[in-house]
Design a protein around this ligand. Structure first.
Ligand SMILES: Cc1cc2nc3c(=O)[nH]c(=O)nc-3n(C[C@H](O)[C@H](O)[C@H](O)COP(=O)(O)OP(=O)(O)OC[C@H]3O[C@@H](n4cnc5c(N)ncnc54)[C@H](O)[C@@H]3O)c2cc1C
Length: 408
């Protein structure tokens, strides 16, 4: 029950052991230095590509590794146990590809996915704006429809024959904030509105490449934790995106975003489980090493109870995470999977916050020092209670699933 591999079949155990060894040998060693220097290490993306992890949960028909959602949680837990920042970069890269797999045309998939699977192009997911975080449907980045000649055409314009006028391209204007993997990423999935008055119904998704004229990076976010995973503002000032890069139909962007975030939240829950486990493992070792009052501090009952509760938190986080993944794998109704994903993400990120905070306490002064890397785990945990839906938003989703939505 307390081991991540307990209850796994031979294939999943082999997968977990392979990724654990890789994560311990390749990812863990530089984690403290990368955090101190706020340094993104691109070579780790390449190393994960070699292991076939960058498209792990996608079908083999689109070049993925064909892992189930549950198997993907095993992978992500191991990467996060080594370094949460690397796990978040990986999760965001996969979050970008997810809707291309679900919503992309075969032509878009063939054009977009191979470089991402090979690690040659890194992905980012651009939803949040200065005035739209939890209330993502209030986003204001504007997508203006353009005819082949470059002139603007309205969302409801018709041809002389009465047919809807197809846009040849779209012009994007607006600002995104908190976009993880920016400015390192080459590919951005950008959500913009054709008409703010339409709310969620106006939102449309676009595949945007770094270097597109009219698209630049703004300020670098100065973060508390996961500092080796960069985040930055994106500024769109007349960036013209060909219609071939529209993902899904006009007005379908909000559904595109939500469909990806459902899977993304299960992955973040798995990452939080790994982060909490890493803190518990560090604390367990230390309690046997450190002596006070003539005994190992592992003998002090107050601390033993703390460790028992930390183990309870990790086990609960893992159980709910795998439960949500299992619901996804067995094709449970979408609303059920969404509620299970919310429950897992909220529980696992709260568990990570609590367990990492307790680990700092158990280490005493050594836990507070940046030298040991334990305080980094605590800083890395905090963001997970905020990104991919705040934990208040997730409580709301779970309450809706139980009580029904409040009208209006
Ligand atoms: C480390 C990090 C990485 C991120 N990466 C990305 C990224 O890659 N792409 C991206 O698009 N965004 C990203 N974000 C942004 C993130 O998704 C938003 O910060 C988050 O959705 C919350 O939005 P907000 O910051 O505007 O807070 P607000 O929505 O303004 O929330 C403020 C407070 O109000 C509460 N609240 C809001 N609505 C409700 C409600 N209905 N019921 C109860 N309470 C509510 C919130 O829980 C919070 O406590 C990232 C954020 C962080 C911190």
């Amino acid at each position: 029950m307390f081991d991540a591999f307990d209850g796994l079949g031979p294939d999943q155990r082999l997968l977990g052991e392979t990724v654990r060894q890789f994560a311990r040998e390749v990812i863990a060693p530089g984690a403290i230095a990368r955090d101190e220097e706020e340094r993104f290490d691109r070579s780790l993306i390449g190393a994960m590509a070699e292991l076939g992890l960058l498209a792990g949960p996608f079908p083999e028909s689109v070049g993925g590794a064909g892992l189930t959602a549950e198997a993907w949680t095993i992978v992500v837990e191991e990467i996060a146990a080594a370094d949460m920042a690397v796990a978040v970069s990986l999760c965001v890269h996969v979050l970008h590809q997810n809707p291309v797999v679900r919503w992309g045309t075969p032509e878009q998939q063939a054009r977009w996915l191979p470089a991402m699977q090979a690690g040659e192009a890194l992905g980012a997911f651009a939803l949040t704006e200065p005035g739209a975080g939890s209330d993502a449907a209030a986003l204001r980045t504007r997508a203006t429809r353009l005819a082949a000649g470059g002139q603007e055409i309205g969302p409801d314009d018709r041809t002389a024959g009465g047919e809807p006028t197809d846009a040849a391209a779209y012009r994007l204007d607006g600002t995104k904030i908190w976009i993880s993997n920016a400015p390192e990423a080459e590919r951005y999935l950008v959500f913009a509105t054709l008409d703010p008055a339409r709310g969620a119904g106006g939102i449309t998704a676009f595949l945007v490449e770094k270097g597109t004229p009219g698209f630049r990076f703004g300020a670098h976010e100065k973060k508390m934790g996961i500092r080796a995973c960069p985040a930055a503002e994106l500024v769109f000032d007349g960036a013209v995106i060909p219609a071939a890069n529209r993902l899904g139909g006009e007005g379908e962007g909000y559904r595109v975003a939500l469909s990806a975030l459902g899977d993304g939240r299960i992955a973040i829950a798995a990452a939080c489980t790994g982060l909490a486990r890493a803190a518990l493992d560090r604390a367990t070792t230390y309690l046997h090493e450190r002596r006070a009052f003539g005994v190992e501090i592992a003998e002090l009952q107050g601390l033993r109870f703390m460790v028992a509760e930390m183990a309870q938190q990790v086990a609960s986080a893992r159980a709910l995470t795998r439960g949500a993944a299992h619901a996804r794998d067995r094709g449970a109704p979408g609303a059920e999977v969404a509620a299970a994903a919310s429950l897992a993400k909220w529980t696992a990120s709260d568990a990570a916050m609590r367990v990492t905070t307790d680990a700092v306490q158990l280490f005493g002064g050594a836990g507070y020092s940046r030298e040991t890397g334990v305080e980094r785990l605590m800083r890395d945990a905090k963001g997970a209670q905020i990104y991919e839906g705040t934990n208040q938003v997730h409580r709301g989703i779970v309450a809706d699933a139980i009580l029904g939505r409040v009208p209006g």
